[in-house]
Design a protein around this ligand. Structure first.
Ligand code: FAD
Length: 455
């Protein structure tokens, strides 16, 4: 990985012109890259030698690991969203553009933007960092696009929360709808997201909605978790998987392993074995695929659309373009294994690494390979229960794992206000067995609920 001579990397840093870096996406990877680039280089003699333009179609950063808590009325949407401009108040070298990237002229170093509600000029770059994340992968399962509820962004989480609460309101006035599946919630995918959402739904029903709906037999509400592999939580050890399954079943979740969803209708979920489950709600937590932006920009992609990068995270064949996070097929130089999993720490460490490589190039140094530090995996299964597998073969289960999970997520959340708000909500929920934000705002959830009232 040598120095690339280019118009973008002048031999001396005494020139007036600042090095322009455009970062696409203010998720975990893009934010980490922009923050690291905004710090003054220790090697450089000039101050603020890099000018960063961060572009995102949303004006906020979303903390995806807690989306399921918004969907299950544990947290408010604003608790896990943080305005991007606020993050960079004290970083004069970083500016934000609220727009979607629609294409680029990679030869001339220009990114094309669509401001949707307002016109936005194209932005020039010397280096481009693509950190546009991923999107839901339905694997072409018929009916999932039309009738399923994905859980990938804040709009998905609030639509699902609306829909769940509306199903209870509908069943309250027409209890016959329960036989038709109004209170049956099928969660597809036994990974951490599926496990977390299934556990949280079961607790919402038994702890809170049972008290809210005094005339409804809430005990008839079902949560069915469908996983095609023989066990839940694939990346975890056997004891953690067993613990997770037992904890879910204690909460009343029906766990179906080695089952696949064949198709979905408005009020039915049909399994590959032929079983038909009357259900008005299907939550799709079965997989993600890379954001199609890589292909749109004309960058080389590998399996499931992830951008092909070299060991230093430089996009193959494009010396001034880098990719990090869920959208990149990054390899760990430590183990030579890849692509690395689509997880927040991979994106954050990748963002910092790319910032360092851009600075190394500016300083005339060769780039170095990305070495991922695996800090472990965790999943919650509801109130006071979690599994955590940490470095040094530390395995936690139950309450200690749950406390570790709470602490880690509080630390990772962007913004002090969000941390305080999440902490207060969690404390309130834990001590009162309540869920404050169980509100229906209408919108998409309401529309779908009415459609599924017509069996
Ligand atoms: C429900 C859920 C739970 C998860 N739980 C965990 C967990 O517990 N632990 C963990 O480590 N990981 C978890 N993950 C995965 C983790 O959130 C991702 O790996 C991480 O967000 C990837 O970061 P990123 O920067 O690559 O992309 P993202 O964080 O997804 O950010 C991408 C950004 O790009 C923007 N964008 C996309 N396209 C465009 C465009 N064309 N123009 C402008 N902007 C664009 C988006 O608006 C977004 O802000 C979870 C993911 C989900 C969906």
């Amino acid at each position: 990985m040598g120095k690339i001579p280019s118009r973008a990397y002048p031999d001396t840093m005494t020139c007036e012109r600042k090095h322009k870096v455009v970062v696409v996406g203010s998720g975990f990877g893009g934010l980490a890259a922009a923050k690291a680039l905004s710090k003054r280089s220790s090697r450089s003699s000039t101050e603020a030698d890099v000018e960063v333009t961060l572009v995102d179609r949303n004006n906020f950063h979303t903390f995806q690991p807690l989306l399921y808590q918004v969907a299950t009325s544990g947290l408010n949407a604003a608790d896990i969203a943080h305005p991007v401009r606020g993050i960079f108040h004290d970083s004069p070298g970083v500016s934000f553009v609220h727009a979607a990237v629609t294409g680029a002229d990679l030869e001339r170093g220009i990114v094309h933007l669509d401001g949707t509600s307002h016109p936005v000029d194209d932005v020039p770059f010397d280096d481009l960092v693509v950190a546009a994340g991923a999107t839901t992968n339905t694997f072409g399962t018929p009916g999932v696009e039309e009738h399923g509820f994905p859980l990938y962004n804040l709009a998905d989480a609030t639509a699902l929360r609306n829909h769940v609460l509306e199903r209870f309101e509908a069943a309250d006035v027409a209890p016959d709808l329960i036989d038709d599946g109004a209170l049956t919630f099928v969660v597809v995918g036994g990974g951490p997201t599926g496990v977390e959402v299934a556990g949280a739904l079961a607790e919402l029903f038994s702890m809170v909605l049972r008290k809210d709906f005094k005339h409804l037999d809430v005990g008839r509400a079902r949560v069915v978790l469908v996983e095609m592999l023989p066990q839940l939580l694939g990346p975890f050890s056997d004891p953690s998987r067993r613990h997770a399954r037992e904890a879910l079943e204690e909460r009343g979740v029906e766990v179906r392993v080695e089952e696949q969803v064949e198709r979905v209708e408005a009020t039915r979920v049909v399994l590959a074995g032929g079983e038909e489950i009357p259900a008005h709600t299907l939550i799709w937590a079965a997989g993600v695929k890379a954001n199609p932006l890589g292909a749109l920009l004309g960058l080389p992609t590998v399996g499931s659309g992830r951008i092909e990068v070299g060991p230093d995270l430089n996009v193959t064949g494009h010396p001034n373009v880098w990719a990090v996070g869920d959208i990149a097929a990054s390899i760990d130089a430590r183990t030579d294994q890849g692509p690395l999993p689509q997880l927040a720490p991979v994106a954050m460490q990748g963002g910092v690494h790319v910032a360092e490589q851009i600075r190394r190039r500016i300083d005339g140094l060769p780039t170095v390979a990305f070495r991922y530090r695996d800090k472990g995996t965790m999943a919650t299964i509801g109130r006071s229960h979690a599994v955590a597998e940490l470095p040094l073969r530390i395995r936690l289960r139950g309450f200690p794992a749950w406390v570790a999970w709470l602490a880690l997520h509080l630390v990772m959340l962007a913004g002090f206000r969000n941390r305080v708000s999440v902490f207060v909500n969690w404390a309130w929920n834990w001590f009162t067995w309540d869920r404050g934000p169980r509100v229906i705002f209408g919108g998409e959830g309401a529309t779908r609920a009415r459609a599924s009232d017509r069996p």
